[in-house]
Design a protein around this ligand. Structure first.
Ligand SMILES: C[C@@](CO)(OP(=O)(O)O)[C@H](O)COP(=O)(O)OP(=O)(O)OC[C@H]1O[C@@H](n2ccc(N)nc2=O)[C@H](O)[C@@H]1O
Ligand SMILES: Nc1ncnc2c1ncn2[C@@H]1O[C@H](COP(=O)(O)OP(=O)(O)O)[C@@H](O)[C@H]1O
Length: 272
């Protein structure tokens, strides 16, 4: 069984404050991309065979172990993970891999298992990837409401800078906190092809850690992309193109100096 594990971008991310347990309460809009990693899964009589980086620490492996354990080990699985998304870039690749393993194993070995709880135990972004498409998220990402997005051509660029999520959150200070995102106004601007009134509260911390990221953002804007923003905890940025030809041209120019891809978000059937 082959499955696409799509990446995501955050169409705005607002840090509302810090909880007593140290985690930050956020408000964000997730949008699944039309491209991502690939997973190949087949049933085995028992055990987990895994081909990919990080061995048993890989989120895909951990997802398999968690599901099979919760289901009472009805059988085993062989998993081959073909990474295409850059890691630690804010595109959610690891979380998406984990979600696809949960969904695939539920299809292979149906059981009375709360997939959502398993997903949340693996990471705050994993529940979203069980849904795909687009969703508004609160809490640390677990309170989800599906959203309809217009079809858009998106260009994603990740410079070589790897920004570990804990480092960026640790750098976030109360002056980076902001109010809730104006969801309806963002959706309306996206529908009209205008600049969306969103922001990412983690850009400030990321720019303080790596000031050169400001130039990356400026470069994407100079290429004519709209709504240019850092995704999640970075350091990937994305923006919207006029049409497919513009997206293709822009991604080609950016690919000379980092990871660059174009694809779609929103619309019917654009994302898995
Ligand atoms: C920023 C976001 C936005 O979608 O995604 P990515 O950019 O990583 O894809 C998420 O909030 C990534 O959440 P999650 O995937 O749970 O982050 P982890 O790497 O598990 O968290 C690492 C550390 O970051 C801090 N952290 C994380 C999430 C959160 N809402 N508040 C926090 O303060 C905590 O100190 C935590 O121990
Ligand atoms: N299947 C996986 N794909 C990517 N990273 C993984 C995976 N499993 C574990 N990891 C670890 O999780 C970290 C963050 O993963 P990733 O989802 O790519 O980034 P982000 O959280 O920035 O979106 C990686 O740096 C890596 O150490």
């Amino acid at each position: 069984m082959e499955r696409l594990a799509p990446g995501k971008v955050n169409l705005g991310l607002s840090l509302l404050g810090r909880r007593p347990d140290g985690y930050h309460e956020l408000h964000t809009l997730f949008a699944a991309l039309s491209f991502g990693d690939r997973l190949f899964l087949e049933p085995l009589p028992q055990g987990i065979e895994f081909r990919g980086r990080y061995g048993k620490q890989n989120l895909a492996y951990r997802a398999a172990a968690l599901y099979l354990e919760a289901a009472g080990w009805p059988g085993g699985v062989r998993i081959v993970l073909e990474k295409a998304l850059p890691e630690g870039a804010g595109l959610g690749g690891g979380s998406s891999d984990a979600a696809q393993v949960l969904l695939a194993l539920r299809a292979l070995y149906p059981a009375e298992v709360d997939l959502f709880s398993l997903a949340l135990a693996l990471g705050a972004d994993v529940p979203f990837f069980l849904l795909g498409g687009a969703a508004e998220a609160r809490g640390i990402g677990e309170r989800l409401r599906p959203l309809a997005l217009p079809p858009l051509w998106v260009v994603v660029y990740a410079p070589g800078v790897r920004l570990p999520t804990p480092r960026v959150y640790a750098e976030a200070k109360p002056h980076d906190y902001a109010p809730e995102l104006p969801v309806e106004a963002i959706l309306e601007a996206l529908r009209r092809g205008e600049e969306p009134p969103y922001w990412n509260s983690l850009e400030g911390p990321a720019f303080r850690l790596y000031p050169e990221l400001k130039e990356v953002k400026a470069r994407l804007r100079a290429l004519g992309l709209r709504g240019v923003l850092m995704s999640g905890s970075g350091s990937a940025f994305f923006g919207f193109a006029e049409d497919e030809a513009h997206a293709q041209r822009t991604a080609k120019a950016l690919a000379l100096s980092g990871y660059a891809r174009y694809g779609r978000i929103g619309g019917e059937g654009a994302t898995p």
